[in-house]
Design a protein around this ligand. Structure first.
Ligand code: UDP
Length: 485
């Protein structure tokens, strides 16, 4: 059965301190207009997981700030069977241009897919009314679109993944999903290049993903707090750690770090070790094995650096059945390294039982890192990049997908032309470890770029502008291809 995720409203007032006055005024105007237009309509978001991955990161603040602005915006997580998630992960991988498990997207897959969606639609019956707006996120709920349109809703399909140069595998996933999407009122992509061939271009909209500066994942932390959190979760144990490490939940209540990370390592990280960090799910498209080998083979030992690859505990991410195998392959790749190199590599799985506790650990890790990498093979947007940039970290990342929107090469980070070139990746990391002045300069510029373009208030306004357009313009006369971003 689909279930609601309760999100407490958050007031956007605190953005006053982060944004120039004209930008904040624009936000206030936009939300006022949306309140007037929406009245008692509900805006529903439907996706397939409440934990793990970028979509969840995006949805939380959007729903919370929209609710804080007095809009009835909700979030429902659909249910699925393991067979369903095997099919949708296959679709996900192919949308990224990768074969995934290599299984078919045939009539059998379609039956598995549709059966689950029919059950979810039954679970939603009577809740979504004509005139409501529904945003379906990613391939998992896409097949609900025709039924929701028939019920009179305005339905947007939001696709968070894509690739710059589509291949036949991607086209196969498009062909699977296309029949469900014909009647969508709009298709939202993270980047112009991700828009599929053959969709009605008048209905394509680009909205860049954004991060929440005040969430536990991104909120400012001083050095002492960072050290206390990393000690408490066991990543950098300290003999001198005094008292428990605490943080503040988003609803303002205090909370302690109670869980520990599981770490595959020969010895613990020490406070003085320069850390090169990638934070990602255990997914082959994030290339953990390339991250490990490239670091071990191409970052000179004498720089003293350690690599930390941190991902979620593999039990936690319901819609990602490949996590465990990729973690095991990563452990094996580490094991294969010569001892001196292996000692420098730490594989960390972070507890996911409490998303805010997990987030504060990621935040502390990112703030502690000397260099942050995102050496993905394919990436929709890459929120981890914006998160690292907001923390003024120097980032080395692949020149792919939405990472290119975020980093301007050599101004606000370093882009790697070929994500599979391990030598170039190692050299870029080594250079930043050695030249701290350049690293700091890139980090400072990175933070300003995120302030300017990638904070949640921006994408909330973009969505509201889209909803406003859909509700006020008859579908037959909607303006041609408009990017609200
Ligand atoms: N993330 C997390 N805990 C982890 C690993 C990842 O909270 O152990 C978060 C990460 O901080 C980011 C999101 O998951 O906010 C991943 O989003 P991204 O767009 O980088 O990749 P996706 O997982 O959506 O492919």
């Amino acid at each position: 059965m689909p279930h609601d995720i309760e999100i407490s409203p958050m007031r956007a007032d605190r953005f006053r301190s982060l944004l120039p006055p004209d930008r904040f005024a624009e936000f206030e105007r936009g939300t006022q207009e949306a309140r007037d237009l929406l009245g008692d309509r509900v805006v529903w978001n439907v996706n397939s997981t409440a934990r793990g991955g970028g979509v969840v990161e995006l949805l939380r603040p959007l729903v919370a700030y929209a609710r804080g602005a007095g809009l009835d915006v909700r979030w429902v997580v659909m249910d699925g069977t393991p067979e369903f998630f095997t099919v949708t992960k296959r679709i996900h991988n192919r949308l990224h241009g990768a074969p995934g498990d290599g299984g078919p997207l045939d009539e059998g897959a379609r039956r598995v897919y549709e059966q689950v969606l029919t059950e979810n639609l039954i679970g939603l019956e009577g809740r979504i009314h004509a005139g409501d707006v529904v945003i379906l996120h990613d391939p998992q709920p896409a097949g609900m679109l025709p039924a929701l349109k028939a019920a009179g809703a305005v339905v947007i399909w939001r696709c968070h993944v894509g690739l710059d140069q589509p291949n036949d595998l991607a086209r196969e996933a498009w062909a699977f999903l296309r029949p469900y999407l014909a009647e969508a009122d709009a298709y939202v992509f993270s980047r112009e290049a991700f828009a599929w061939e053959g969709l009605d271009s008048d209905r394509i909209v680009v909205i860049h993903p954004t991060i929440d500066a005040f969430a536990p994942k991104n909120v400012d932390l001083d050095r002492q707090t960072v050290a206390a959190i990393l000690a408490a979760c066991g990543v950098i144990p300290r003999a001198d750690a005094v008292g428990p490490a605490g943080f503040r939940r988003q609803d303002g209540t205090p909370r302690r770090i109670e869980r520990r990370a599981r770490i595959v390592e020969d010895r613990s990280l020490r406070p003085e070790d320069p850390v090169v960090l990638q934070v990602s799910r255990w997914d082959a498209l994030k290339d953990p094995i390339g991250v490990i080998r490239g670091f071990a083979e191409h970052v000179p030992l004498e720089l003293g650096a350690h690599l930390a690859y941190a991902g979620p505990s593999v039990e936690a991410v319901a819609d990602d059945p490949e996590g465990r195998a990729v973690l095991e392959q990563s452990i094996a790749a580490r094991q294969d390294l010569p001892e001196e190199r292996r000692k420098r590599v730490h594989l960390i799985t972070l507890p996911m039982d409490d998303p805010e506790e997990n987030a504060i650990m990621v935040n502390a890790l990112q703030r502690h890192a000397a260099v942050i990498v995102q050496k993905s093979i394919s990436e929709g947007f890459g929120l981890t990049v914006a998160e690292a940039m907001w923390k003024a970290r120097p980032v080395v990342a692949s020149r792919i997908g939405g990472i290119q929107e975020q980093i301007v090469h050599d101004e606000s980070g370093v882009l790697l032309d070929d994500p599979r070139d391990l030598a170039a990746y190692g050299a870029a990391v080594a250079e930043l470890l050695a030249d701290r002045e350049r690293a700091e300069r890139l980090g400072r510029a990175a933070r300003e770029r995120v302030r300017d373009r990638f904070l949640s208030v921006r994408s909330l306004l973009d969505y509201l502008a889209l909803v406003q357009r859909l509700l006020t313009t008859p579908s037959s006369s909607r303006a041609s291809r408009s990017a609200v971003a």
